[in-house]
Design a protein around this ligand. Structure first.
Ligand SMILES: [Zn+2]
Length: 108
């Protein structure tokens, strides 16, 4: 839930809004989508998500941890160098889109 329209005129309101959007984003991400994408990448059906440190490293592995406030934190992890990528909504939506396309094609 975002209260932008009511509180955009104050810096405090903007902060509230940013936090609300952030929580919403975290809640709508589903680790299973990343896992599914990872499985497709293992089968060479999609491009792997590369390591941000060394593109020669194997693709990033999805992980889920629970923080002290019981929030799900999803990140993608490089087994070779411990690089961590915290996916944003844009990456998530791209993955969702690709998975939907693949599933439509598999039904044919
Ligand atoms: Zn790496």
């Amino acid at each position: 839930m975002c209260y932008t329209s009511h509180q955009i005129n104050t810096s405090y309101g903007k902060i509230i809004c940013t936090i609300a959007i952030y929580k919403e984003r975290k809640n709508i991400m589903d680790i299973r989508k990343f896992s599914k994408y990872y499985q497709y990448a293992l089968k060479d059906k999609v491009l792997p998500i590369p390591c941000g440190v060394d593109p020669e490293h194997p693709m990033l592995v999805p992980r889920l941890i629970i923080d002290e406030n019981n929030n799900d934190i999803i990140y993608l992890y490089c087994l070779d160098c411990n690089y961590k990528l915290y996916p944003g909504l844009e990456l998530y939506q791209n993955i969702e889109f690709i998975l939907e396309e693949l599933e439509v094609n598999e039904e044919d």
